[in-house]
Design a protein around this ligand. Structure first.
Ligand code: ARG
Length: 582
């Protein structure tokens, strides 16, 4: 509808231009917004205020002229001037009813069609030397929700789990694996807890110079392709990736081994990357290190900041790998957009490597590179989330605790469920709550992790929405049980609460577009929360199964069905498992 009104306004301006009433070069940025107060109509625009000067007319006079010139539309019931020259549009209830009917008929709820693009989503990307910790939660689930939304729009999405599987810390880990093996210890056992394995290896490294030397040798051998080293390295990564996979499965995040393309995959290309930067004329040698100096980024003294791509000893860096990955994503994967779901604190890194890639001609202007950063998850004390003893919290432990807490909660509410049913519900509620609490916050802000808040049945939470969905589903199920046939019924919007619900449902399409364009799942969460609230006021005011007439009942059933599908689809896109009952 918004798009439709924008088109009407564009046509109107073109007519006024052709009549010489507005200068031909004048290109205002047209804006149409939903109104907050429905007595002002459904949509409003400030175009008359913006264009008044160019048209040399007072805004209200221009607004009237625009309204008089506006092409007729069957979707618009009425257009009015308001205040200093705003134009308000009242959508025709029939048009609104048709829109909901179209959503009812369509498998994708009639969201707007997009030109399909190839979109690479860089998500999760933990370092394999350690176990996934809470910091990896945000990248995994925000990236997954946006990837699902883009797929829903019809884009080709390629997930890339850019795991840290290369680098100096592997020397230490391999040396420790060797020691364990020499002592005839079972390596897979030792690696069942990666975190303590890492700590023990680090301790050996710090206390024994021989061990440290062996570790350094192993890095060199690994990098020069020594088969024995590689075999150990592969063994380590296999185990670590299996840990990750169990977290993804528990989290209901769509990532598999096929999506893993770690840092090591680019290793063979790094020498070439540096050579190509040199050939592009952007490389400088500074104290033995190879760098690209960028005027765009200055230090406090005002000197350009270097991006180092090769260290003095010849070693490559995180940036070098990212440059290689960018080329791969453009040239091999043919990405139109590349989205990076990585901690906000890496913002400068991404701005720098994006700039280098463009300067060197590695990435063309038609490929969009977007760092979609996120803030930190903090504990209730407002400081980064830690265990009581001050260690980082393993993601898996957090998830298990969420499931246990959800189990307590569900048991209190439901006494008649079987153990099996209880577990299914507790898992969905526990994991869903952790995910939803995170996804519903603005991506770029820090937030406070609180089990009590996220497991509450009140407010913008997973339990509230999951429960709201089961209530809507119940109505549709009862209609089914009574063999009510409403598929062919007409949607009639007579009562205000029916119109309100239809209006809310009609906003799904624009919500999806915003989430997809900006990578902001919280917009979808906010929308679903509002939809659930709008449905419950509708349901209070408008009985469905016991409506006065059959026609009214069937129309309301259709509204309920579209609500059910919208809530369910929305939660699916967020990666939240839904329930039949709870
Ligand atoms: N492994 C990195 C970390 O844990 C994140 C990698 C993000 N992706 C990328 N292409 N740099 O901080």
């Amino acid at each position: 509808m918004k798009q439709h009104i924008l088109e009407l306004l564009e046509q109107t301006l073109a007519i006024l231009k052709s009549q010489g009433l507005i200068d031909n070069d004048f290109q205002p940025r047209l804006q149409v917004d939903r109104t907050k107060d429905k007595s002002h109509g459904d949509f409003a625009t400030n175009v008359a205020l913006m264009t008044a000067k160019a048209a040399k007319k007072p805004p209200r006079e221009l607004a009237q002229l625009l309204i008089d010139t506006l092409p007729q539309s069957e979707h618009i019931a009425k257009v009015e001037i308001a205040g200093p020259g705003f134009i308000n549009f009242f959508v025709d209830d029939n048009a609104l009813a048709n829109q909901i009917e179209a959503a009812y008929q369509s498998p994708n709820l009639a969201i707007a069609e997009e030109q399909p693009q190839t979109i690479v989503v860089d998500l999760s990307s933990p370092n394999l030397a350690k176990e996934m910790h809470v910091g990896h939660l945000r990248s995994s689930i925000i990236g997954d929700a946006v990837a699902r939304t883009l797929e829903f729009q019809g884009h080709k999405v390629i997930r890339q789990n850019h795991v840290g599987d290369w680098g100096t810390q592997f020397g230490m880990l391999l040396a420790y694996m060797e020691e364990k093996r020499a002592a005839n210890e079972e390596i897979s056992m030792a690696l069942s807890d990666l975190e303590s394995f890492y700590r023990a290896a680090k301790q050996r490294f710090d206390e024994s110079p021989e061990f440290a030397n062996r570790a350094r040798d192993l890095v060199v051998e690994l990098q020069s392709g020594n088969e024995q080293c590689l075999a150990l390295w592969r063994e380590f990564n296999e185990i670590s990736l299996a840990h990750c996979q169990s977290v993804y499965d528990k989290l209901n995040v769509k990532l598999t081994r096929a999506d893993v393309r770690g840092e090591s995959a680019y290793n063979d290309d790094l020498t070439q990357v540096v050579a190509d930067l040199d050939a592009a004329g952007v490389l400088t040698e500074d104290q033995g290190a190879k760098c690209v100096f960028l005027d765009e980024f200055k230090n406090q003294q005002g000197d350009p900041l270097p991006v180092i791509v090769q260290k003095k000893g010849g070693g490559f860096l995180y940036s070098t790998t990212d440059l290689a990955a960018m080329r791969y994503r453009q040239n091999v994967l043919h990405a139109d957009r590349v989205l990076y779901f990585v901690d906000q604190r890496q913002g400068l890194h991404f701005q720098q490597v994006f700039t280098v890639a463009r300067k060197a001609g590695f990435v063309s202007n038609s490929t969009s590179l977007e760092h979609l950063g996120f803030g930190t998850m903090n504990g209730e004390d407002g400081k980064p989330f830690k265990t009581r003893s001050g260690d980082t919290v393993k993601l898996i432990d957090l998830l298990v605790e969420a499931e246990q807490r959800a189990m307590e909660l569900v048991k209190q509410k439901n006494t008649e469920l079987s153990q099996q049913e209880l577990e299914t519900i507790a898992n969905a509620v526990g994991i869903g709550s952790v995910k939803y609490a995170d996804l519903s916050k603005n991506r770029s802000s820090d937030y406070i992790f609180s089990f009590d808040q996220m497991l509450s049945f009140e407010g913008n939470t997973a339990p509230y929405l999951l429960y709201a969905l089961t209530r809507v589903s119940n109505i549709a199920r009862k209609a089914n049980d009574q063999s009510i046939n409403y598929q062919d019924a007409a949607i009639v919007l007579a009562e205000q609460k029916e119109i309100d619900l239809a209006n809310k449902l009609a906003q799904f399409a624009e919500t999806i577009k915003r989430v997809a364009d900006r990578g902001t799942p919280h917009v979808l969460c906010g929308y679903l929360f509002e939809l659930a609230g709008t449905f419950s006021s509708f349901y209070e005011a408008c009985p469905v199964l016991s409506a006065d007439t059959e026609a009214q009942r069937n129309s309301r059933l259709k509204l309920a069905k579209v609500t059910e599908r919208t809530l369910k689809t929305g939660l699916d896109l967020l990666g939240i498992e839904t329930l039949e009952r709870m």
